[in-house]
Design a protein. Structure first.
Ligand code: PLP
Length: 313
């Protein structure tokens, strides 16, 4: 039951060796947050830690949250709920998925994982899903499911940011630049909060969105950060052959699996920036591997349908 022990877990930093880095004379290490837990990986572990403690403290026995059909947050919440004795309810975007539930769950690795871990899945239309933060809609859900601790889509709130402040540790003061993939912005906000004045943070959004900076500013007052909007590959969950090849080559060379939605895009961006001379000589870069590897199976099914090469790691 001690999924979230009182001791703070820290992940190891793994040096990356590559001719492109040597040529630019920069150093790159990866912070292996993907390794902190098998089922509740990476930043989702960090984001859930204080939320589950708070839910318990307030006497809740149920966590209710939202996500798409391939969501890392949905998978992580289901597993963390099971391991801490909380019931979980996942409100999933796409009512068509409920038409043949058995087929949906047998074909979708994320939803199957969530349901094996006991998450109750409720599928709603994209139109309803858009209202997911309105108080009327949340009241309806509370009526249906009883008192529940509600986590927003992606799991970002103040307690999630607090958990993400534990990603960087004292040993990480040695880095000049910290890089992180961005979805809702909670993770990068926590990272920014725990940097010191001589460090800067680069965020690589996995989606198109001008709102992200404002969202991040809700959780941090520091200004030593910047978003690089050039590597979203057309939007959330969108990928192309070049990205797949990058992920596969990186996996072969470094023995590190990257996910196609977040960390693959970030690493692609970092290498592209290094090649373009963005980082000055001797810059020490730390790229945070936020996990998300559970999504590869689902992505490969989509790639297969589109007759694109598969992610082979
Ligand atoms: C959810 C997720 C992110 C984005 O985190 P935010 O806090 O929403 O910005 C980044 N990487 C991975 C692997 C994720 O699963």
């Amino acid at each position: 039951m001690h999924l979230f022990s009182s001791e703070t877990i820290s992940s190891k930093n793994q040096p990356i060796t590559h001719a492109i880095l040597d040529k630019a004379e920069v150093f790159l290490d990866m912070k292996r947050e993907d390794q902190i837990h098998k089922e509740v990986s990476g930043n989702k572990f960090r984001k859930l830690k204080y939320n589950l403690a708070e839910a318990k403290k307030l006497g809740y026995t149920t966590i209710l949250t939202f996500g798409g059909a391939y969501s890392n947050h949905i998978a992580a919440t289901a597993a963390a709920g099971k391991m801490t004795g909380m019931q979980t309810i996942g409100i999933i975007r796409g009512e068509e998925l409920a038409e043949d539930l058995q087929k949906t769950v047998s074909e979708n690795d994320t939803l199957r994982f969530a349901s094996v871990y006991g998450m109750h899945l409720k599928f709603i239309s994209r139109e309803h899903y858009r209202n997911k933060t309105s108080s009327e809609f949340l009241d309806i859900l509370k009526k249906e499911f009883g008192p529940s601790y509600i986590l927003p889509e992606g799991g970002t709130n103040a307690l999630a940011v607090k958990g993400c402040e534990e990603i960087l540790t004292l040993q990480d003061v040695a880095y000049d630049v910290i890089c992180c993939a961005v979805g809702t912005g909670g993770t990068i906000a926590g990272i920014i909060n725990s940097t010191n004045i001589s460090q800067s943070v680069l965020g690589f959004p996995a989606l198109k969105g001008d709102f992200l900076s404002e969202d991040i500013k809700k959780y941090t007052t520091k200004e030593n950060w910047k978003l690089i909007h050039d590597y979203h590959f057309g939007g959330y969950g969108k990928i192309n052959k070049e990205l797949i090849e990058f992920i596969n080559t990186f996996g072969d060379q470094q023995d590190i699996a990257l996910d196609p939605v977040y960390t693959g895009k970030m690493l692609f961006g970092i290498f592209d920036l290094v090649q373009k001379g963005f980082f000055s000589k001797n810059t020490r870069i730390l790229a945070v591997h936020t996990g998300g590897l559970q999504g590869i199976a689902g992505m490969n099914k989509k790639l297969k349908k589109k007759k694109l090469p598969l992610i082979t790691i």
